[in-house]
Design a protein around this ligand. Structure first.
Ligand code: C2O
Ligand code: CU
Ligand code: CU
Length: 507
């Protein structure tokens, strides 16, 4: 009896020991994974490379006034780090593309040539234009083909951008380098009351996070990183550890989050204030003084920063409060911090005129004009419990009408919501008036878990019952998984056309 009892005790002791060891291993492993999952480059970046500013795209003007651009999608290589040759894609270049620039009222045409071995598209993010020119997944351009969209610029001065949109492959096409800026000016050209000399006191800042595996981009998602691929360092305009020389008291930075998944919270290393003069679709009614601004993938902000002679200050991305729990916050990159761009002021600075007190605000739709309300619920990979189908139209809207869209994130992870063709007004965020950074024209809005935004959108057409526009989460892996839907704009009383089959455009 005593012998058996001691044997039982011994077995229990061994089992207990094994259990403890496994618990320690798992716990330790989790702690290690948790601790290894956050990234900070703050204070650790030696800013060695001068920022390169994407060139302004050449254009020709035809007899009828049409401004014609040429974009060639091609593969190439780039040495982001000395001696390490990375395979890349770009427009007219090895990585990223030139800045297109046009004025309101101008007719533009872009000859898009696909020199890749994969079919792709080029979408004009933030642009109001006919659906067939939008460059979404229905306007695929086959390798070797040229697609030539044409439209009239009919919206306020703004910082827009362009990037591919092939269904299921947007993330990889953008991450390899296919992205560029598209700057719109007013009828009269750049606003002379604001810093406006391109590359001098008006600087494009295309921010992307990146991770390398040997010489190549590391495309693996981290453990628990349901948000998508997060990098461990940032680059601006395709330059790692960049600095920019500043020669003016006031400098405009056109911030574009062209990352596929990362959410930034931009501010400065000395916590100085800056002035917000532009959101996604143009100027807010008046300049807003802010200390930081959050941008999720696809969002833009134009900010003006004041410099003192001889100083250095770093554009930094600080912790983001993405509304997540302890665990989710870490694995969605919310705890990460980056030193993004060092700004080096000259010993003497050119004086800049004071910023105007009011701005030529982009016109915004209002809910009082709204004739229809719709709800969109975001969950992982789906909108309203459906994943994207190329042959299903999810919403039919009437040309000239205003609608109210309520978008709710019913998921445990962050998402955002982008609508093609329009610039919307954010009417409410969680039942309250939007904060200053969200009061201007927007085409992309961030949604933390359980967040709700109410948007007013006006669909000015033209009607095309046969060609849809997209709305989707702009975390590109989510978009690729099917977190996207389609709407068509029709004339009053008109029905949506037959579901579009997969179209290829060419020649
Ligand atoms: Cu920036 Cu539908 O995209
Ligand atoms: Cu878009
Ligand atoms: Cu998402």
């Amino acid at each position: 009896m005593a012998v058996r009892r001691s044997r039982v005790r011994r077995i229990l002791l061994i089992l207990g020991g094994v259990f403890l060891a496994v618990a320690l291993l798992v716990g330790g492993g989790m702690t290690w994974i948790y601790a290894a999952a956050d990234v900070s480059t703050v204070g650790r970046v030696e800013f060695r490379q001068e920022l390169s500013v994407p060139p302004l795209a050449d254009s020709t003007v035809e007899a009828d006034g049409t401004r014609v651009f040429q974009l060639d999608m091609r593969s190439g290589t780039k040495e982001f780090r000395p001696g390490q040759v990375t395979d890349t894609w770009g427009f007219n270049d090895d990585y990223l593309g030139p800045t297109l620039r046009a004025r309101r009222g101008e007719q533009v045409r872009v000859r898009v040539n696909n020199g890749l071995t994969d079919a792709s598209t080029v979408h004009w993010h933030g642009m109001h234009l006919p659906a067939a020119m939008d460059g979404g997944p229905h306007q695929m351009v086959r390798p070797g083909d040229t697609w030539t969209p044409q439209w009239k610029i009919d919206q306020a001065a703004a910082t827009l951008w362009y990037h591919p949109h092939p269904h299921g492959a947007t993330e990889s096409h953008v991450r390899r380098g296919l992205a560029g800026m598209f700057i719109l000016d007013d009828e009269t050209g750049p606003n002379r009351d604001l810093p406006h000399t391109y590359g001098i006191d008006d600087v494009p800042v295309i921010v992307q996070d990146v991770k390398f595996k040997g010489a190549q981009f590391d495309t693996g998602r981290g453990l628990f990183a349901d948000i998508g691929v997060l990098g461990d360092r940032t680059m601006v305009n395709g330059v790692l550890a960049p600095y920019q020389n500043v020669g003016d008291e006031l400098v405009r930075l056109r911030l574009l989050n062209a990352s596929t998944a990362r959410i930034y919270n931009f501010g400065f290393s000395d916590h100085r204030d800056f002035t917000l003069i532009g959101t996604d679709g143009g100027a807010p009614a008046r300049p807003e003084t802010l200390g930081n601004i959050q941008l999720s993938p696809g969002e833009r902000a134009e900010i003006v920063v004041r410099f003192q002679p001889g100083e250095r200050v770093t554009l930094r991305s600080d912790r983001v409060d993405v509304g997540l729990d302890f665990f989710g916050q870490r694995f969605s990159g919310g705890d990460d911090r980056f030193d993004v761009l060092e700004l080096r002021a000259a010993q003497t600075l050119r004086p800049s005129p004071a910023l105007p007190a009011v701005l030529p605000a982009a016109a915004l739709p209002t809910v009082t004009d709204s004739v229809r309300q719709r709800d969109f619920t975001l969950t992982f990979g789906q909108i309203n419990n459906r994943s994207m189908a190329m042959d299903r139209i999810d919403a039919t809207v009437t040309r000239g009408s205003t609608e109210t869209w309520t978008v709710r994130n019913a998921d445990g992870m962050p998402h955002n919501f982008h609508v093609h063709d329009v610039q919307f007004a954010i009417v409410e965020v969680d039942g309250h008036a939007p904060p200053p950074a969200l009061r201007g024209a927007k085409d992309t809005v961030f949604l933390p878990p359980n967040g709700t935004v109410t948007l007013a959108l006006r669909f000015d057409g033209p009607a095309d019952p046969n060609t849809p526009y997209m709305f989707h989460c702009h975390l590109l892996w989510h978009e690729d998984l099917g977190m996207m839907g389609q709407f068509v704009v029709v004339e009053p009383g008109q029905q949506a056309g037959p579901p579009p089959a997969h179209q290829h455009s060419g020649h």
